[in-house]
Design a protein around this ligand. Structure first.
Ligand SMILES: [Zn+2]
Ligand SMILES: [Zn+2]
Ligand SMILES: [Zn+2]
Length: 477
């Protein structure tokens, strides 16, 4: 039976980058290799998440025929890494705190409500019709795409919004949209105006011999950090550096108060949830093999580089981790929005949040169905077409809670029923797996498969979240 199954499975190779046949066996795999393998099986076909241990074992064996591994070991590892269903899993929503938002102007039909369990929420004060535009807002903190930094440096993308500039547009130099000192260019007057002060502080180390005062920000250190973030693909560090610089520049102190009143959590707490998922869902830092000690070394490195930029405004390591955690749970598409960041999650949300192609223009928030007076407004933090197991894991790791929405409850119930109706008959099981694999190959054939939690793409998913202010301007790609 197992052999028969293995034969069927081998026929369809899914996404295999490396051939396993070169390995000499049998070998006893490291626990991280096993967990990696299981998670990649689940990612390739989410329906395999509902398979029992023995079926999962067969698939692992079929992929790594030289591995010496028992069902028992698989069971133990799933438990150890918090991956088995029906298991108490690490959540951190209880560690997230928030305060009433400072100086916020709300659209007329909505209000903020503070709750014990779910922090700040938005509610409808009046009924809202399906399709109605409820509000639009520009980012409180605008963060240009880190991937565009190289283009920004050589003047092929706007220094503020990151928008790519065509050859003709670089003639904008004639229109005074270039920098006098470095080779960077802005796409518009608005971008230049919005950004020039910060640009000068962060990117030019001009020494004025008549000025005895030490500099507010050290630009060499900033440029070094920028390269470091690129190297490590570390968006959050880049983002909190830009946020902190804007907070320091804001003499009114409002930005600081607004950022501090957002839903707040330390990054090391979030990391515990990540770790209990085998780490593979951390697409920022290279996956499963990225273990705790390495993570701490990286945080410390990042912190050191961060501090050097702000000699007059040091923060401590704890606050640094809070900034990062807070940014991660509040940002939408890497920007922070003041109102939108109040929204709680539902897998069937009653709002539809649209991001402008020009990222600097921010978001428009529509009612996706009729909303009654007194109803909570919700958005989705994850892709609603993901399976319930995927959604729940993404939500747990990235936002620290187990989703109890009615869609999740229904989906879980369906899974349970499917499982119990499959349970007994081996032939039936083999057939199910064959069908499942057929389905999988179809999916792969057409669209490829989404293997990762999306990064800060424009797909409307919200991987991390943050908050914002009216001053900040957005960028486009
Ligand atoms: Zn621009
Ligand atoms: Zn410049
Ligand atoms: Zn849900």
């Amino acid at each position: 039976m197992t052999q028969e199954l293995a034969d069927k499975i081998e026929v369809i190779s899914i996404n295999d980058s490396k051939s396993e046949t070169e390995e000499i066996g049998p070998i006893v795999p490291h626990e991280r290799q096993i967990v990696d393998s299981i998670i990649s099986i689940w990612k390739e076909d989410p329906s395999t998440e509902n398979l029992g241990i023995s079926k999962l074992h067969s698939i692992v064996k079929s992929k790594h025929s030289n591995w010496s591994i028992s069902e028992k070991r698989i069971r133990q590892l799933l438990k150890k890494f918090g991956l088995s269903t029906n298991q108490e899993q690490f959540t951190y929503s209880k560690y997230i705190t928030s305060e009433l938002t400072f100086d916020i102007e709300l659209p007329s039909k909505i209000q903020v409500v503070m709750t014990n369990k779910r922090g700040k929420c938005l509610y409808a004060k009046k009924s809202i019709k399906k399709g109605e535009l409820i509000w639009n807002e520009i980012p409180l903190f605008f963060i240009p795409p880190l991937v565009n930094v190289k283009l920004i440096k050589n003047g092929s993308a706007c220094s503020y919004c990151g928008k790519l500039l065509k050859q003709i547009e670089t003639k904008s130099i004639l229109k005074g949209l270039d920098c006098n000192i470095c080779s960077e260019i802005w796409c518009s007057k608005e971008c230049k105006l919005q950004n020039i002060e910060l640009h000068n502080l962060l990117k030019h180390n001009l020494y004025n011999p008549n000025n005895k005062k030490s500099k507010l920000m050290d630009s060499n250190s900033f440029l070094e950090l920028q390269d470091y973030c690129l190297e490590e693909s570390w968006n959050a560090l880049y983002a909190i550096t830009l946020i902190y610089a804007q907070i320091i520049l804001d003499k009114s102190g409002i930005l600081k108060k607004q950022f501090n009143s957002m839903a707040k959590v330390s990054q090391d707490i979030r990391y515990k949830a990540l770790n209990s998922s085998g780490g593979t869902f951390d697409n920022m830092n290279g996956g499963t093999l990225f273990i705790q000690e390495q993570q701490e070394i990286l945080w410390n490195q990042g912190f050191e580089k961060f501090l050097k930029i702000f000699p007059k405004n040091p923060i401590d390591f704890k606050e640094f981790l809070f900034m990062m955690g807070t940014y991660n749970i509040n940002n939408l598409d890497s920007n922070i929005y003041l109102i939108q960041s109040h929204l709680n999650h539902n897998c069937e949300p009653n709002l539809n949040v649209e991001t402008d192609i020009n990222r600097i223009k921010g978001i428009k928030v529509y009612a996706s169905r009729d909303i009654k007076e007194g109803e909570e407004l919700t958005t989705t933090y994850v892709n609603p077409i993901h399976t319930v197991n995927q959604r729940q894991r993404e939500l747990r790791v990235n936002w620290g809670f187990i989703c109890n929405c009615s869609k999740c409850i229904n989906d879980l119930e369906l899974n349970k029923r499917r499982k119990s109706s499959n349970g007994s008959n081996n032939q039936q099981n083999a057939k199910n797996i064959r069908n499942m694999l057929k389905e999988t190959s179809k999916t792969i054939g057409e669209n490829g498969i989404e293997l990762n939690i999306p990064q800060d793409g424009n797909n409307g998913e919200r991987r991390k979240s943050v908050r914002f202010d009216e001053k900040v301007v957005a960028v486009s790609n």
